[in-house]
Design a protein around this ligand. Structure first.
Ligand code: PRP
Ligand code: URA
Length: 208
């Protein structure tokens, strides 16, 4: 599936502040959360609703309601944690799993160090959260782990993606719909996204 990029003035506005190297930790965290909410809106655009009937103070009406039990979010540690506050504003009852992954600084290969998901995960649609999709290695591993435990429907929400990484994920897992707030230009020799925003985990957690 072709990646869906959120082309919207609000996103460009928020990204311009997020990307700036002078933006501090507090504002950086808030923006990651806000953009995660906007990504979630897009990702749920075509979701099916259960038909229900309610009574307003005026009259009875037929309407729809999302079955929140059908979903789980899976932030990729660490940086994906920054998106959790935002997405649970939209779906407060969704279950949350965690996958721990870090990129080796020399080989750029991802290493999986933690995997804990709700026990009925195979019955849920899983929405992976990670602000950065660079080479796509972390995304591919996270999707692979979910498929191993039987998850059938997966979406991937990221804030900035590199075209090279998107091509890798789209080729390996054409059934996974990726949503990116912005697709950037390229990866540099250290596999950082250009222009990007630097190291998302370090900026969220203030570790550098
Ligand atoms: C970053 C980012 C992604 C990964 C993307 O995490 O949050 O998980 O790199 O790179 P890839 O597409 O080339 O795999 P990092 O490994 O720096 O760990 P952190 O979140 O703990 O900072
Ligand atoms: N991880 C990040 O945090 N930033 C990048 O640009 C690439 C990988």
């Amino acid at each position: 599936m072709k990646t869906i990029e959120l082309n919207h003035p609000l996103i460009t506005h928020k990204l311009s502040i997020l990307r700036s190297k002078t933006t501090g930790t507090k504002e950086f965290r808030e923006l990651i959360s806000e953009i995660a909410v906007l990504l979630c809106y897009e990702a749920f655009k075509d979701e099916k609703l259960d038909d229900i009937t309610i009574e307003t103070p005026i009259t009875e009406m037929k309407t729809g309601r999302l079955n929140e039990d059908k979903y789980a979010f899976l932030p990729i540690l660490r940086a994906g944690m920054g998106m959790v506050d935002g997405v649970i504003q939209v779906l407060p009852n969704a279950k949350i799993g965690h996958i721990g992954m870090y990129r080796d600084e020399k080989t750029f290969e991802p290493h999986n160090y933690f995997f804990k998901v709700p026990k009925d995960i195979q019955n849920r649609e899983v929405i992976i959260l990670d602000p950065m999709l660079a080479t796509g290695g972390s995304a591919i591993d996270a999707i692979g782990e979910l498929k191993k435990v039987g998850v059938k429907k997966i979406k991937f929400l990221c804030i900035i993606a590199a075209p090279e990484g998107l091509a890798n994920v789209e080729e390996k897992y054409p059934d996974v719909q990726i949503y990116a707030a912005c697709i950037d230009d390229h990866l540099n020799e250290n596999k950082y996204i250009v222009p990007g925003l630097g190291d998302a985990g370090d900026r969220i957690f203030g570790t550098k």
